[in-house]
Design a protein around this ligand. Structure first.
Ligand SMILES: Nc1ncnc2c1ncn2[C@@H]1O[C@H](COP(=O)(O)OP(=O)(O)O)[C@@H](O)[C@H]1O
Ligand SMILES: Cc1cn([C@H]2C[C@H](O)[C@@H](COP(=O)(O)OP(=O)(O)O)O2)c(=O)[nH]c1=O
Length: 209
């Protein structure tokens, strides 16, 4: 496997999806063929699982069920899309990956880090990103962005109480602290042009693009 795997992580509303779209044209100028994808989803059946997980109607999904649905979607997406792209030498950018489960289900849902790490390992056979960009933002600013800009498309997790979102951010901060080599923290509260520039700089520096 000689491609590069970069994951984008952070609380809802941090700006990951917006930044990803903005950096793609620049990365496509590099020597790498680029694949941008997302979790949960990225391939047909995983997108079906995504709909089940995120539907605001599915209130009976408990935390453990939710964790395992994310893991199932992750494995399928990895096996059928990410690994072939990495084997072909591509630069793969994934909007959320293993750390989202640790932050949201491990910390946010309080299932604990250990079972989530174990399930991640089982689902991915231990695949880890070469670099993880963590978009850090104050919970209130992130929630305000979502309410201001995306209020008409809120999903089941967006609707969780602010308390859960605070735990998610705290979780991310702890995850980053435990694995400083893999992570670069981006200050996502800055204006979008600055966030995009910081992100590109971090990627180019790490991989000499
Ligand atoms: N740096 C920024 N400053 C202000 N608003 C932003 C910034 N980045 C993204 N947004 C807006 O905030 C909302 C959430 O961004 P999004 O990219 O969907 O975040 P995420 O994918 O991390 O949940 C979007 O409406 C987007 O236009
Ligand atoms: C991949 C993954 C996502 N999630 C959550 C994070 C988001 O709230 C939601 C995905 O919805 P999405 O709309 O893609 O959120 P965002 O634009 O913020 O990335 O699923 C988990 O709780 N666990 C996971 O393992």
């Amino acid at each position: 496997m000689n491609g590069i795997l970069i994951s984008l992580e952070g609380p809802d509303g941090a700006g990951k999806t917006t930044v990803l779209q903005r950096i793609l044209p620049e990365l496509e100028k590099s020597r790498y063929e680029v694949l941008a994808t997302r979790e949960p989803g990225g391939v047909r059946v995983a997108e079906e699982i995504r709909k089940i997980i995120l539907s605001t109607e599915n209130t009976e999904i408990d935390s453990k069920t939710e964790l395992m649905l994310f893991a199932a979607a992750r494995r399928l997406h990895m096996q059928t899309k990410m690994l072939p792209a990495l084997a072909a030498g591509k630069l793969v950018l994934v909007d959320r990956f293993i750390d989202s489960s640790v932050a949201y289900q491990g910390y946010g849902r309080a299932l604990g880090v250990e079972p989530v790490n174990w399930l991640n390992e089982f689902a991915t056979d231990g695949l880890k990103p070469d670099l993880t960009l963590y978009f850090d933002i104050d919970t209130d600013i992130a929630l305000e962005r979502i309410m201001r800009n995306r209020a008409d498309e809120l999903n089941r997790l967006d609707l969780e109480r602010a308390e859960m979102h605070r735990k998610v951010r705290q979780g991310y901060l702890e995850i980053v602290q435990h694995d400083p080599e893999r992570f670069v923290t981006i200050d996502a509260s800055q204006d979008i042009d600055t966030v995009v520039a910081d992100t590109l700089r971090a990627i180019k520096k790490r991989f000499f693009l």
